[in-house]
Design a protein around this ligand. Structure first.
Ligand code: SF4
Ligand code: MG
Length: 317
């Protein structure tokens, strides 16, 4: 199976020289067709920036991204315009991402209009079809965003993202702003749409509570770096990285036999302008050793398909 997305040593710095903010500092990731990869880390760890750099909404400082085997950073603007149809973004805040002066018809129809794909009656039919697809009442096509609930507004955002029949969608914390009772509905909708349309997702989240239900694999990031990547089930059952263990200890588990001790991380996330030497997690890690300050841990396949960046698992040191 060939990956749909191949991210190679991707870096995104803001600013330059000593003062550069290293938001994303070397991400390598393959995403396969029909798969959902969860991207998890505390706020400020660079996950939104990674998502935006992967789809070239931000230009990378270094590295490349292949979409269907082709480096999108080498695309001409006309090639990029074509790729833009196949790659979409769903935003965290459905309130802020919808223009309050536009009707639902205008909002969902906007990408179709921008790309000049359908007009008039055909365009309206497509919008009606999209409304049904995301579970909204087609009769509400003339309503404005304020007439909908938060969950319904996120459905409008999803319909807009689907308007051009994309292949890959970056979902940037699409449920974080929603009531807990609505979160599962939106996750289920995204799962149903994935099956129906053969979509591939990068699903960004700041904690590990809901992300399990949608992700096939999960990548944990900290301070712009990859900490751990594995199949979701395995990550939950056997987290290797001390940071993942801490994140997971905050997630309530229904099975009391699996009760985990709560690990409270000490201190704050260091500045991405001046990250710690060696392992970037070491200032908050309770297992930190001398080598952790001296040497950056290698990205290492500790078990088949289960990667970790931590000296505890590297037998070569
Ligand atoms: Fe902790 Fe060292 Fe592993 Fe980093 S490399 S997570 S500091 S044990
Ligand atoms: Mg974010």
């Amino acid at each position: 199976l060939t990956p749909l997305i191949e991210v190679k040593n991707l870096k995104k710095y803001f600013g330059s020289g000593d003062q550069a903010l290293k938001a994303v500092d070397g991400i390598n990731l393959d995403i396969y067709p029909g798969e959902t990869v969860g991207l998890v880390g505390e706020s400020g760890c660079g996950k939104s920036t990674a998502g935006r750099t992967i789809i070239r909404l931000y230009d990378a400082t270094e590295g490349e991204v292949l979409f269907n085997g082709k480096n999108i950073y080498k695309n001409s603007s006309s090639e990029m315009a074509k790729v833009r149809r196949e790659i979409q973004l769903i935003f965290q805040d459905p309130y802020a991402s919808l223009n309050p002066r536009m009707t639902v018809e205008e909002i969902i129809g906007e990408p179709i209009a921008i790309h000049g794909l359908l007009h008039g009656k055909k365009k309206r039919e497509r919008v009606l079809e999209l409304l049904k697809l995301v579970g909204l009442d087609p009769e509400h096509i003339h309503r404005f965003p304020h007439e909908f609930s938060g969950g319904q507004r996120q459905r409008i955002g999803i319909a807009r993202a689907l308007a051009l029949n994309p292949k890959f969608i970056v979902c940037d914390e699409p449920i974080s702003a929603l009531d807990v009772s609505i979160q599962a509905q939106v996750v289920n909708l995204l799962k149903d749409l994935q099956k129906e349309m053969g979509l591939t997702y990068l699903f960004i989240a700041h904690d590990l509570s809901m992300v399990k239900y949608i992700s096939d694999r999960i990548l944990v990031m900290y301070l712009g770096n990859m900490m751990e990547l594995s199949e979701s089930e395995e990550l939950y059952n056997e987290p290797l990285h001390p940071y993942t263990q801490a994140l997971l200890s905050a997630v309530p588990i229904p099975n009391p036999k699996l009760k985990r001790e709560r690990i409270v991380l000490q201190g704050d996330v260091p500045s991405p302008i001046n990250p710690p030497s060696g392992c970037v997690f070491r200032t908050r890690c309770m297992h930190a050793m001398d080598i952790c300050a001296q040497k950056k841990p290698e990205w290492h396949e500790a078990k088949p398909g289960h990667f970790v960046s931590c000296h505890l698992y590297n037998k070569n040191i």
